[in-house]
Design a protein around this ligand. Structure first.
Ligand code: 2AM
Ligand code: CA
Ligand code: CA
Ligand code: CA
Length: 255
């Protein structure tokens, strides 16, 4: 049953991605949400409506937690099949760069991380996997990245955490090989999955974190809260996604 769902979701994501790329010519409207730097476009909304509609066909009876609010009104537990959806991640990059954005979703079954998908939109590369079956870039299985420490790693830290020096993260940045800010959790998660980045630190909403978390844990990478003991799937978390060594190096410096 999960295999059928998986293949249908992959096809659906590629379809939604092709539709998204057709709008790179600027044929969409932009509005602000919480601030001038927090944008939403008609493509975020269209993608979410399309993904949510298709998920209800592919996986009848599921519940959906999605960023723009077209999913279920309240999802406050993980009973049954729960999909967590980010219909366009890196909206600011989509609008300003026409590149470096993605589409992400994850399936939890009775609280168990089960399937996850991160689409690198412009490159049309789909990272997917979970449930003990490994992680793939399209049809190619990814191997666990080398267990590098902080000094030998490029690290991505979201700009607001560095600007406000949250949890001594400027010190972490100085001790890394280099600091990167991609402005898209999807792109940054892919960076850690492929070993391009040794770590990614950010404050993430459920739809920013769940897909990358499922794939990172499947690959044996660390996913840890840096401000308390645990991570909640249904709320915001200050987290690191990293190699085991880089993750520990960061935790030692953010105490
Ligand atoms: P989004 O584009 O789906 O909103 C940018 O550092 C990353 O943080 C992106 O993955 C972006 O996802 C996410 N993000 C979440 N809340 C945000 C906000 N209020 N403003 C800008 N980016 C936000
Ligand atoms: Ca957003
Ligand atoms: Ca996002
Ligand atoms: Ca989004």
């Amino acid at each position: 049953m999960l295999e059928g769902i998986d293949l249908q979701v992959q096809r659906m994501l590629r379809r939604v991605n092709r539709q998204t790329l057709r709008h790179l010519d600027g044929s969409y409207q932009v509005a602000t949400k919480s601030s001038y730097s927090d944008l939403v476009t008609t493509i975020d909304r269209q993608n979410e409506q399309e993904i949510d509609r298709q998920l209800r066909v592919i996986d009848p009876g599921c519940r959906i937690l999605s960023e723009e609010g077209f999913g279920d009104r309240r999802v406050d537990d993980l009973d049954g099949h729960v999909w967590i959806v980010d219909p366009l991640d890196g909206t600011l990059n989509f609008v300003k760069q026409h590149d470096h954005f993605g589409i992400m979703l994850a399936l939890y079954v009775d609280g168990r991380p089960t399937l996850a998908y991160i689409m690198d939109a412009v490159n049309q590369d789909l990272y997917h996997g979970g449930n003990g079956g490994g992680v793939f870039k399209n049809d190619c299985r990814l191997t666990r990245p080398a267990d590098v420490g902080l000094h030998d790693s490029l690290v991505a830290i979201s700009s607001s955490l560095v600007l406000d020096d949250v949890a001594h993260l400027t010190r972490v940045a100085r001790q890394a090989s280099g600091l990167r800010m991609y402005g898209s959790a999807a792109m940054e998660m892919i960076g850690v999955l492929t070993g391009e980045l040794g770590a990614y630190v950010s404050r993430l909403k459920p739809w920013d974190l769940a897909p990358g978390r499922v794939l990172a844990e499947e690959l044996g990478l660390s996913v840890k809260s840096i401000d308390d003991d645990g991570i909640s799937v249904l709320s915001s978390n200050l987290v690191l996604v990293a190699t085991k060594r880089a993750g520990q190096d960061i935790l030692d410096r953010t105490d």
